[in-house]
Design a protein around this ligand. Structure first.
Ligand SMILES: O=C(O)CCC(=O)C(=O)O
Length: 276
């Protein structure tokens, strides 16, 4: 049983992804699943976990209720999240967009951006960054992030924005800036070429798929409700550890003493979503 609909990427979808660095999907999950994932959010933030494990990271500043919160690898501790981020049909779409035969999960995120109810604060911002800015240990930047909205999402509740075509800029130095919240300062740093911001306007259940080199970020959620999402970061099956000055916690799941060249193919930690 799949949680995600079976959608075949069209030539036009692929062209959009290749040209702009992102693509907006049709509604991928039904209303019941959306409700279950919203309930999953409530459970994980109160540390009610499925199974006996822990997530990879848990970022939840206790001193500011308006701060962005997130889990990495929510699939380790929540069954609903697992059913979506490991779904074969999600992998199939990624495979078609990236032109890769085999797709695995790199890791996931469960993200909660509180509503400020009109209060001005940058605490919920996600700074302009490239995902690959964090993933330089991966042998390929040909990876994709699937950001699934659990409510209608637009700029009023802090929709993610992408920079059109920025995936063609390559891996930009210092682009691991998710947690920096001064969007203007980051723009001044990175907007050395054509900087066209495009919001990802999504209905609940729709997803944006962005390339790992696409700059993206998000501003305040001034609505009165939190903005909830589940995010899957996906990689090709041939991805291996490329030596880099930067490290990533995924190296721990390769081996206690990982060496460059090792493939991220341990099913336990990097499950296959799709194989052609
Ligand atoms: O949730 C956001 O606003 C940004 C998320 C993000 O950076 C990502 O999914 O790669």
């Amino acid at each position: 049983m799949n949680t995600v609909i079976d959608y075949t990427i069209t030539e036009e979808d692929k062209k959009r992804f290749d040209t702009d660095g992102y693509w907006i999907s049709p509604k991928l999950i039904d209303d019941d699943t959306i409700e279950r994932l919203r309930a999953a959010h409530e459970r994980v933030w109160t540390r009610k976990y499925d199974g006996f494990g822990l997530p990879m990271h848990h970022y939840h500043p206790s001193d500011n209720p308006l701060a962005i919160r997130k889990f990495d690898n929510g699939w380790w501790i929540n069954d609903e999240v697992r059913s979506v981020v490991t779904d074969r049909n999600l992998g199939k779409m990624a495979s078609e967009l990236l032109g890769e035969d085999h797709i695995r999960l790199w890791h996931d995120q469960v993200i909660y951006k509180p509503g400020t109810n009109g209060q001005e604060t940058t605490a919920g911002n996600v700074g302009w960054h490239q995902d690959y800015g964090y993933w330089r240990v991966s042998s390929t930047p040909n990876m994709v992030t699937v950001w699934i909205a659990l409510q209608d999402t637009d700029l009023s509740n802090g929709a993610m924005m992408t920079i059109l075509g920025s995936h063609k800029w390559g891996a930009v130095e210092g682009s691991d800036t998710f947690f920096e919240q001064d969007m203007g300062k980051l723009k001044a740093k990175f907007a050395t070429r054509d900087w066209v911001e495009e919001p990802c306007i999504l209905k609940a259940g729709q997803a944006s798929f962005h390339h790992a080199l696409t700059f993206h970020g998000s501003g305040p959620n001034v609505s009165s409700d939190p903005r909830l999402s589940v995010v899957a970061h996906l990689m090709p099956g041939h991805t291996y550890y490329r030596e880099s000055r930067q490290r990533h916690d995924n190296l721990r799941y390769l081996s206690a003493r990982p060496v460059p060249g090792m493939k991220f193919d341990n099913e336990e930690y990097f499950p296959t979503l799709y194989s052609k």
